[in-house]
Ligand binder design. Structure first.
Ligand SMILES: [Zn+2]
Ligand SMILES: [Zn+2]
Length: 242
C-alpha cells in the first residue's frame, strides 16, 4: 500500500519521541502510524499526543505527504451524531465523506480529525442545544449554546500536527474563511482554498443558513479552487519546523 514509506515513518516516530516545545506552548507528538484502507480510499492513520486538551487527535493521511508542498488538507471536528450515526441535523458526515473521497482520489492529502465535539463545546452542550431547538426554543439562543467561537488553540494543535508531518504548504478544503486566517496565524502556509459544497437537506437547512450568515461561510461558492497569496506578516511559525 502506498503512503508514507516505512523508513520515513520510523524516522518521524523517533524524531517525535525526542521532540518537545516549551511548556507554555501547545505541543503535539506523533505516537503511532498505521495503514488504514477505507471505503473512501487508501489511508494511513496517525495518532497524536498533546499537552493541551488530553484528547487523542488523529490524522488520516493519503499518499506520502512528508516534506510536500501544496498538500490538500481538511480540518474536521468530531461530530458523534453526524460522523458515526448519520444525523441529518448537520452536514458533518457529508463534509467528512466528501473530503475523504476527494483526497483519496488525489496524489496525497490529509484529513485532520480533531476530537472536539461541537466545535469544542462538548457532546453534552451540543445535545442541550438540540434539545432547546426541539422544545421550540428561540433558535438563536440555542445556537448561542452551540457556540460559534472555536478555541483558537484548536488551530495551534492542527498547525503543529501538520508541522509534525513536515507538510510545507497546504491547499485547504473548507468553506470557512475563519479557518484560513486562524491556521495562517499559527504558521500554516495556505496556497489555495478548495470549497466543499454539500447541498442542504430539510433538517439542516436552517443550521447551514445560520452558519453562513453568522460565520461568513462560503457555502454557495461554485469555484473549484481559490488561490491565495500568503500574508507572511500573519505567520507565527514557531511550530512550523519542529
Ligand atoms: Zn511541539
Ligand atoms: Zn455535526
Amino acid at each position: 500500500m502506498s503512503g508514507i514509506p516505512r523508513p520515513t515513518v520510523e524516522k518521524l516516530l523517533k524524531e517525535n519521541e525526542d521532540h518537545k516545545c516549551s511548556d507554555s506552548e501547545v505541543c503535539v507528538k506523533l505516537v503511532a502510524l498505521a495503514d488504514l484502507p477505507t471505503l473512501y480510499g487508501n489511508y494511513q492513520v496517525a495518532a497524536f499526543w498533546n499537552n493541551f486538551d488530553r484528547k487523542e487527535h488523529a490524522a488520516f493521511v493519503h499518499g506520502d505527504v512528508v516534506g510536500m508542498e501544496e498538500v490538500p488538507v481538511r480540518l474536521h471536528s468530531e461530530c458523534l451524531t453526524g460522523d458515526a450515526i448519520g444525523s441529518l441535523r448537520c452536514d458533518c458526515r457529508e463534509q467528512l465523506v466528501q473530503s475523504l473521497k476527494r483526497i483519496g482520489e488525489m496524489e496525497c492529502g490529509i484529513v485532520l480529525y480533531m476530537r472536539q465535539e461541537g466545535r469544542g463545546i462538548g457532546f453534552m452542550n451540543k445535545i442541550r442545544a438540540y434539545q432547546l431547538q426541539d422544545e421550540g426554543y428561540d433558535t438563536l439562543k440555542a445556537n448561542e449554546v452551540l457556540g460559534f467561537k472555536p478555541d483558537e488553540r484548536d488551530y495551534d494543535l492542527a498547525a503543529h500536527m501538520l508541522g509534525s508531518l513536515h507538510v510545507k504548504s497546504v491547499r485547504l478544503l473548507t468553506n470557512n474563511p475563519e479557518k484560513i486566517k486562524d491556521l495562517q496565524t499559527h504558521g500554516v502556509k495556505i496556497t489555495s482554498i478548495i470549497p466543499v459544497v454539500v447541498p442542504p437537506n430539510e433538517y439542516n437547512r436552517f443550521y447551514l443558513e445560520t452558519k453562513r450568515r453568522k460565520a461568513g461561510h462560503m457555502l454557495d461558492s461554485s469555484r473549484k479552487e481559490i488561490f491565495l497569496e500568503q500574508r507572511d506578516d500573519l505567520v507565527d511559525d514557531h511550530h512550523w519546523n519542529p
